[in-house]
Ligand binder design. Structure first.
Ligand code: SF4
Length: 426
């Protein structure tokens, strides 16, 4: 979502006559977009800002500011850490950047929450040759998972008007984008009038020249059969690839996390997905070391992960976020234990991902061609419907989709041989 917000901000500033540079020394204005979801991300953002403001010693006219969730969370307090920072703009007040740059702003800190703000009107910046683009469909979150800071920094959930989403996607398609990823903290709870997420997904699937649609993130409590019906109806365009954060395999911990589902409810969604799409890939997020997680809770998580057979696991160790409900609980899992549990989940995640990737050998998959691989310049990178990177030998390409026979697999990457080039991308 931050990448999307940054791409929108770039267009907004370019519309106002500013010019993009990749060079921080050359830049008159540097804006750091930040994530507050983990303490580690926040520390890194502050460290980076400290480095950047030091450039002002030699270039006093340079402006450096912070936007995003850390800006929203810390507001005025950031000046105690970085007194020479020029501005702090929170998630709903991003348009204030224009006044700040023009020198007409009345303040240096803009962190008011605006529940009606859907984001800047500018379309996100798209590079020439980009095949893939993100589109945010909603902002904020109402779920208040007890460990999570997002509802406090992104505000209440609001869904973007469907027409605005459709127009944005059509514009991206005109610029050559064929793959769209719909973004939201919980896309399943999208609702605008009588348009819910399944209806929106169908509307997007009907847009001409959009060949592949992904969506993240799903919340198990809102994941409906209607969504699976639309995936089934538009199988060519919507891959059966679902990111479904589980967080823990223990009902006790799920309740303490305020996740609002049980492990058996989660398993029944998974069963439904695999019954309808035997080749589906399901990926997940896990937090280890949540307050009160004992050995037995952790073993239940391991059991659930093995049983479900995820194609990818994103694992994190619990970190306290001030202001959340969980911050009031005793952070009683020792750090060494958190690290040991995290390492065990990471190893299991790798084993499961390898198992999924190996199963792909011999299959034929319609992959979307990307660019020349930076690590392996003799290969073109592309993505399979599952989201796995597929490397295929480099040659002159002029089509966007190609059918590839998968011949080899490592944990996260598949190697394939092109067999059919599509004259039309889809
Ligand atoms: S669903 Fe829970 S974890 Fe996700 S953004 Fe909302 S509060 Fe945070």
């Amino acid at each position: 979502m931050n990448r999307y917000d940054s791409a929108v901000l770039r267009s907004f500033l370019e519309e106002k006559g500013h010019r993009w540079t990749d060079d921080v020394v050359d830049a008159d204005l540097i804006i750091v977009n930040t994530c507050a979801v983990r303490q580690h991300a926040e520390n890194r953002a502050i460290g980076r800002l400290e480095e950047l403001v030091s450039l002002k010693r030699k270039q006093p006219d340079k402006k450096v500011g912070i936007i995003g969730c850390v800006a929203q969370e810390l507001g005025e307090k950031i000046f105690k850490k970085i007194p020479t920072l020029d501005f702090v703009v929170g998630t709903d007040k991003i348009s204030a950047i224009a006044d700040i740059i023009d020198g007409t702003a009345e303040r240096k800190v803009y962190t008011d929450i605006d529940e009606k703000f859907y984001g800047l009107a500018s379309p996100p910046h798209i590079e020439d040759g980009d095949f893939s683009a993100f589109v945010t469909i909603m902002r904020g979150c109402d779920n208040f998972c007890s460990y999570c800071i997002v509802p406090y920094v992104r505000g209440r959930e609001r869904s973007k008007p469907p027409q605005k989403i459709i127009d944005e996607i059509k514009l991206a398609a005109e610029r050559g984008v064929v793959e769209i990823t719909l973004l939201g903290q919980n896309v399943n709870s999208y609702r605008y009038g009588d348009i819910d997420f399944s209806k929106l997904l169908e509307m997007v699937a009907q847009i001409e020249n959009i060949a592949r649609i992904r969506f993240i993130t799903n919340h198990p409590k809102d994941f409906s059969k209607k969504i699976l019906d639309v995936v089934e109806k538009y199988r060519d365009k919507i891959p059966a690839s679902f990111h479904l954060p589980l967080q823990s395999g223990s009902d006790k911990i799920l309740a303490a996390m305020n996740r609002k589902y049980t492990i058996s409810q989660y398993l029944s969604i998974v069963e439904d997905i695999y019954r309808r799409f035997p080749d589906a890939i399901i990926t997940t997020d896990i937090i280890v070391g949540f307050p009160g997680e004992d050995e037995n809770d952790f073993l239940q998580t391991i059991t659930a992960l093995n049983e479900i057979g995820f194609g990818g696991i994103f694992a994190f160790r619990y970190s306290v976020r001030n202001g959340t409900k969980a911050a009031k609980l005793k952070d009683n899992v020792p750090e060494t234990e958190k690290i040991a549990r995290l390492n065990e989940i990471i190893k299991l995640g790798i084993r499961l991902a390898q198992k999924y990737s190996k199963k792909q050998i011999g299959t034929i998959q319609k992959v979307l061609l990307g660019n020349i691989s930076k690590k392996n310049p003799e290969f073109i990178t592309s993505t399979a419907p599952s989201g796995r990177v597929v490397l295929i030998p480099r040659r002159e390409f002029f089509k966007k989709f190609v059918d590839v026979k998968i011949e080899k697999a490592s944990t996260w990457v598949l190697w394939g041989k092109p067999i059919i080039f599509h004259n039309k991308p889809f």
